[in-house]
Design a protein around this ligand. Sequence first.
Ligand code: UDP
Length: 327
Amino acid sequence: MARVLVTGGAGYIGSHTVQKLLLSGHKVAVIDNLSTGFKEAVPNQAEFYFGDVRDSNFVAEIMSKFDAEVVIHFAAKLNVAESLLKPVEYYDNNVGGTLSLLKACEKSGVKNFIFSSTAAVYGDSCTDGIISEGTPTNPLNPYGWSKLISEKLLSDTGDLVGINHVIFRYFNVAGAAEDGSNGQRTANAYHLVHLASQAGVGKRQGLKIFGTDYPTPDGTCIRDYIHVEDLADIHVLGAEHLLRGGTSATLNCGYGQGYSVREVISSALNVAENKFPVEEADRRPGDPASLVADSRKMQALLGWTPRRNNIDTICRTALNWEKTLSK
Ligand code: UDP
């Protein structure tokens, strides 16, 4: 049993991770400013502290009071388009938040740190679509840069002052808890599976396919969709790895298998109650043709095996969650 402090534990990935940590017998405290998260997503067994991670004295106080052994840092802004409109806010929140947490760790003696990063750090630097951790980084927007700069802050400082760390680079996170207890609550989240689920319950008129002339087998973009509960399990394993004294690492999180936009939509339509119309549209600017994770390093280091690596499972759980929200 460990004492785990989760920032952003009221958000989508954070709250699923809190559930899994509790199920594994760990004690959890959550810090969240509820700017995009939901208090009701945090299980009652977790301690909840309302506040901002950029207030490092506040964070250090909680770390000491809770006697945290490891921190998992999810709290961040994550909308690519918004980051282009509000770069300063993104750097302040994401880079400032990470720096503040590092200060708090130094002050209160927390030695283990897990960081939520993203495949957006790779940008379009990968030409064959399979991305390993050694693929050069080249973010295309302030969101991606804010994550890459935070990674550097953590790895550099961590190595020098002895904060062991795992950096997880997420590919396309989707789906909802299989028991129907949790899911994506942000109504304006713009990701494909979420939009398709909203269309599937009639909350949205239909869906557009952004680009059908990509150099892929069916002309639409390919992504590696990972189920949110599998990703949550990875975080539990990451925390346990660090608590055993495991080495610091940067690890891709995906299944190593891609699905095209057409394949995702076809799966979403299969489970949908509302058979929504689909329109072919122009490319969305900045979308690379194919992003698939080589996650063998993560699997080998943490001993993780995928359990929900099925696009139908992802679409079905996401749709069921949308139905729950509509009730
Ligand atoms: N996409 C789409 N229609 C939508 C939303 C997304 O065709 O309504 C495509 C998008 O262009 C990309 C893929 O689905 O090729 C995944 O996009 P998403 O925003 O979910 O994730 P990203 O990979 O951009 O982080």
